[in-house]
Design a protein around this ligand. Structure first.
Ligand code: N01
Length: 542
């Protein structure tokens, strides 16, 4: 068999990061292709098509800023767009920028091997296609490797079994007249539960660690909204990069509240803070609790915010027993991602919906008919697992990626998920990552973080081309130092007590430790730009 043609770069993933990277590479004259496992673009928004799947970051800023054409021609219909609209947006972008001809769809990467002598990567897909490229740029998605709940005997269940992130693509499931169970009350569960409840005859929600939930207050975007947006767009985006405005939105928030967010809660009395929280709660969405700069470090402020959100459960859920099951008593704000939705708590006031406390009585196993809980079998026609993802590392460790000396990335990341700036990994030359572990990605507006990383990588590759550099590798010492920084920045913050996917706690056997850089986007951008300006110390360029 002939060797495949040598590409300058191969991009993994056809989601937000991958499409932008491909565009940037082509614009700069690199010969590049993207591989995408799905049959279309979309990434997370291709796979996650469960009922109610919707962005919890305001769409006006959950969209690209790099292309004036795209920005001018696309109009979002709602404050928080639903999955089909986000997917349609990415399809529009891929057509508008003529990217599709350089994307290989239905091409799941299963193997990537670095050639030490030639400084390039070879790639193999599930269907046997092979590629070669100097640079391997992964935009495989920080939250894209689904995991099933760690509950025995799943294969014995004979009913209809779904995972929120592996939702059927051919025919939309209909739950009318069925007894349904949902396992998981994270972002995915919170969004799908109200819609499944409307169809199902009976819905049992398995609640283990209830999280802090905020109403989205979603609504259609009006012409007035757009007019206002046009005047503020550049300012908002600029302030978002400097982390002055929180990544999820604040777009239409009163300027006074935005300014307060840049001050510590300690500046205010508890009564004043309460009034600010009321105003933010009325605004809605994930940014609400980030009312002050010290939410992660000042226990009094954090307690007040966490209590404020907790108190909403009892105000809405009528049955006290159900309210108690749903009350996030174990979680402080910031330890687990706030979930954002519509009518989530209200759904538990329906006659056909019950919450089952599977913390007190864990699910023992699947059975042929349903689930065994506390020695009692519950029969279900359908079970939906909204059980989450092997975040940040999982999308790469499922692929057989071999760096120098044949070492596998899954082995290298068995004890930690260390990277240099979240962009490179020692021992894996010419591999660069968008949304990788050790970058801010999931802790900020991921689109803004992606755009910065794409530009940074692009600048690096331009530099390499100009200088005749064919090999770029993170140095172990620089990686170790960055890993220390990533661990250091959470010291004294609520993240230290996190037991969520932020630290790998949801995957049995996974190395535990903060997976993303929590020092804020502005600091991250500064660090990375300083490295680029200084000629890339910490990377060995050959
Ligand atoms: O997954 P999760 P997700 N028995 O890991 C439960 C992004 N996202 O798909 O907490 C019982 O948050 C588990 O319980 P526990 C967003 O960043 C964004 O919902 O481990 N329960 C938990 O309740 C989000 O944070 C959007 O005790 C079991 C749930 O499953 C991230 O993706 C939409 C169990 C998993 O929650 C992940 O969200 C969707 C068991 N054995 C996702 N095993 C938007 O933009 C697991 N669970 C809106």
């Amino acid at each position: 068999m002939n060797d495949p043609e040598m590409l300058d770069a191969l991009v993994l993933g056809g989601g937000f990061g991958g499409l932008h990277m491909l565009h940037e590479l082509r614009k700069n004259g690199f010969k590049a292709l993207a591989l995408e496992a799905g049959s279309d673009v979309g990434g997370a928004w291709y796979w996650n098509r469960y009922p109610g799947a919707r962005c919890d970051v305001e769409s006006l800023v959950y969209s690209y800023s790099f292309s004036p054409e795209v920005d001018a021609e696309w109009k979002w219909s709602e404050r928080y767009s639903a999955q089909p609209e986000i997917r349609a947006y990415l399809r529009f972008v891929s057509e508008r920028l003529d990217l599709r001809k350089d994307i290989r769809f239905n091409s799941r990467l299963v193997k990537a091997v670095f050639d030490d002598a030639g400084d390039f990567w070879t790639f193999e897909t599930e269907n046997g296609d092979t590629y070669r490229a100097r640079w391997f740029i992964s935009s495989a998605g920080p939250i894209s490797a689904p995991i099933w709940p760690d509950i025995p005997n799943r294969e014995s269940y004979k009913g209809r079994l779904y995972h929120s992130a592996l939702w059927p693509r051919d025919k939309e499931p209909d739950f009318t007249g069925l007894r349904v169970a949902v396992i998981g009350t994270g972002s995915s569960g919170t969004q799908l539960i109200p819609l499944v409840a409307e169809q199902a005859e009976h819905l049992s929600v398995m609640v283990r660690t209830p999280g802090l939930y905020m109403p989205a207050r979603n609504r259609p975007l009006t012409t007035d909204d757009y007019e206002r947006w046009e005047t503020r767009r550049d300012d908002v985006r600029q302030r978002m990069r400097s982390f002055e405005i929180v990544g999820s939105g604040d777009i239409f928030m009163e300027e006074e509240l935005i300014q307060i967010r840049n001050r510590p809660g300690a500046d205010f009395t508890p009564e004043e803070r309460r009034e600010i929280l009321d105003r933010r709660y009325a605004y809605g969405g994930a940014t609400v609790p980030r009312a002050f700069t010290d939410v992660a470090t000042n226990k009094e402020v954090n307690d007040q915010i966490s209590d404020y959100i907790r108190d909403q459960v009892g105000r809405i859920v009528k049955d006290p027993k159900t309210a108690a099951i749903l009350t996030p008593s174990e979680i402080a704000y910031g330890q687990k991602r706030v979930t954002v939705g519509t009518d989530y708590y209200e759904t538990f006031n329906r006659d056909n919906v019950e919450a089952i406390d599977v913390k007190a009585t864990p699910i023992e196993g699947f059975t042929e008919k349903g689930l065994m809980i506390g020695g009692k079998e519950y029969a279900f026609d359908a079970i939906i697992c909204a059980s989450g993802f092997d975040a940040l590392t999982g999308a790469l460790t499922v692929i057989d990626i071999r760096g120098k000396d044949g070492q596998a990335i899954k082995d290298v990341w068995a004890d930690n998920s260390d990277t240099y700036l979240g962009l490179g990994v020692a021992g894996f030359p010419n591999l660069l990552m968008i949304g990788g572990p050790g970058s801010p990605s999931v802790l900020v507006n991921v689109i803004v973080a992606n755009e910065f990383q794409v530009e940074w990588i692009s600048r690096l590759l331009d530099h390499a081309r100009e200088q005749g550099i064919t090999r770029i590798e993170a140095e172990p010492a620089a990686q170790e130092k960055w890993a220390e920084t990533v661990s250091e920045v959470i010291k004294g913050t609520v993240l230290e007590g996190s037991k969520s996917w932020y630290v790998g706690a949801n995957v049995p056997g996974k190395a535990q430790g903060i997976l993303a850089y929590a020092g804020g986007l502005a600091n991250y951008i500064r660090e990375c730009n300083d490295v680029a300006d200084a000629g890339y110390p910490g990377f060995r360029l050959e």
